[in-house]
Design a binder for this molecule. Structure first.
Ligand code: OAD
Length: 246
């Protein structure tokens, strides 16, 4: 019997040999692009309390304050580019039969990097959503605060999921399906403390997938990982895929 723990080389082999891959990404993937994460020393939640900005109550209380915060983040995102980790994930998709990327990020960078089978669990802050008719529109660089729907004129809100709100059910269901059938699950750049997103990693582990985590720090999903790479997202993807992909 061979009881040596699986290595980075095993993770690389598993990933490159898999025909069914599911990925869960978080803010750490966009860190190298210059998008702040939420938790940690420079995180967005250092200066703001989530319940003051990212809840339906906060928006009811002070819609302009909430919009100003999203507009600030919108401006950051407008000026950054996808990084090598986003590109590597898009590239991995092109060589994998069944590939699903579920992201908690609202920055749109996976899409800009070319990811196709992509589910944005927490929405996308580059769009607004009409509070009356639900119409989605891309925000323009100088959008007014608050923006109004160009179809019906009602006030529009950020197209993101706030704490206490339901996830888009089609996206979460796609995640459950993908993580339930994956041979390899890759958990990259997420603190894995927000549910139900993190439950996808546990689901894959329970179903016997080879679970790879890329994160400079331990997370609640680390015990479920077959192999944990203590690396930033770009370095970790390079370790797994080699320089040829990046
Ligand atoms: P967090 O800010 O909670 O966690 C970022 C994770 O990325 C941490 O575990 C860091 O260790 C790791 N990290 C930092 N730099 C990295 C790098 N260069 N490469 C790889 N990893 C790095 O962000 P999320 O896990 O995405 O939800 O947060 C989940 C949700 O909580 C967000 O979607 C947002 C937030 O509140 C809502 O707003 C609903």
């Amino acid at each position: 019997m061979n009881d040596t723990p699986p290595t980075r080389a095993d993770a690389r082999r598993a990933l490159l040999g898999a025909s069914r891959i599911a990925v869960l990404s978080g803010a750490g993937v966009s860190a190298a692009s210059g998008v702040p994460t939420f938790r940690g020393p420079d995180g967005l939640w250092r200066n703001h309390r989530a319940q003051d900005l990212a809840t339906p109550d906060a928006y009811r209380r002070d819609p302009l304050l909430v919009w100003e915060w999203y507009q600030m983040r919108f401006h950051i995102i407008a000026e950054v580019e996808p990084n090598a980790a986003h590109v590597a994930l898009a590239e991995l998709e092109t060589r994998t039969d069944d590939f699903t990327l579920v992201t908690q990020n609202v920055d749109g960078l996976h899409e800009r990097a070319g990811s196709q089978n992509l589910y944005e669990l927490h929405g996308n802050l580059t769009k607004s959503r009409c509070e009356a008719c639900g119409y989605l529109e891309s925000l323009e660089p100088d959008f007014p605060l608050p923006p109004h729907c160009s179809r019906c004129g009602a006030r529009a809100r950020p197209n993101v999921v706030w704490f206490g709100e339901m996830l888009p059910q089609d996206a979460f269901q796609a995640g459950i399906d993908a993580f339930g059938r994956a041979e390899v699950a890759l958990i990259i750049g997420t603190s894995a403390v927000v549910e139900p997103a993190a439950s996808l990693g546990r689901l894959a582990a329970r179903e016997g997938a080879f679970v790879i985590e890329i994160n400079p720090e331990q997370t609640p999903l680390t015990p479920f990982a077959t192999v944990s790479l203590r690396a930033d997202a770009v370095t970790g993807m390079k370790q797994l895929l080699g320089d040829n992909v990046l």
